[in-house]
Design a protein around this ligand. Structure first.
Ligand code: ADP
Ligand code: MG
Length: 140
């Protein structure tokens, strides 16, 4: 059996508002991920700042945290082999202007900030981000 890997995905407020959640979940299943945790919730700006602490000090940080707390989000724990890289590939480039055809951001992102989805970028960030939203016992 190949090694399974976990990653944290978020359907961001812009995509939830566009009713893109079902379409994005379909893409996730079609790409072979298993959803082992899922919550819909709203976070406040302090919680967004904690989640995105790695970006503190960047020019877009405050605006990003305001955006991420502007409405409901769906947080997902995903599992498959190479989940981190494969989810980032399915998301597409951060700036939708550069996102490849067939990616979620190409289809649903409105701007470099309101770009529909989040994905962890490495094993250590995935561990931190999964624990930010899911106590281990909640994952299936
Ligand atoms: P990714 O989400 O692709 O990993 P980053 O980690 O670089 O991208 O940035 C985190 C999030 O911050 C992006 O998804 C996007 O919502 C926002 N962001 C990144 N760069 C910019 C920018 N130049 N202007 C506005 N928002 C940005
Ligand atoms: Mg990132």
């Amino acid at each position: 059996m190949k090694t399974q890997q976990r990653t944290l995905a978020i359907i961001k407020p812009d995509a939830v508002k566009k009713n893109a959640t079902g379409d994005i979940l379909n893409s996730i299943y079609a790409a072979g991920f298993r959803i082992i945790g899922m919550h819909m919730l709203e976070i406040n700006t302090e919680q967004a700042q904690g989640f995105y602490a790695v970006h503190a000090g960047k020019p877009f940080f405050n605006s990003l945290c305001t955006f991420m707390s502007s409405g409901p989000i769906v947080v997902l724990a995903l599992e498959k082999e190479s989940a981190i890289a494969d989810w980032r590939k399915l998301m597409g480039a951060t700036n939708p202007a550069n996102a490849e055809a067939g990616t979620i951001r190409k289809k649903w992102a409105s701007s470099i900030e309101s770009n529909a989805v989040h994905g962890s970028d490495a094993e250590d960030t995935a561990r931190f981000e999964l624990s930010y939203f899911f106590p281990g016992y909640e994952l299936f």
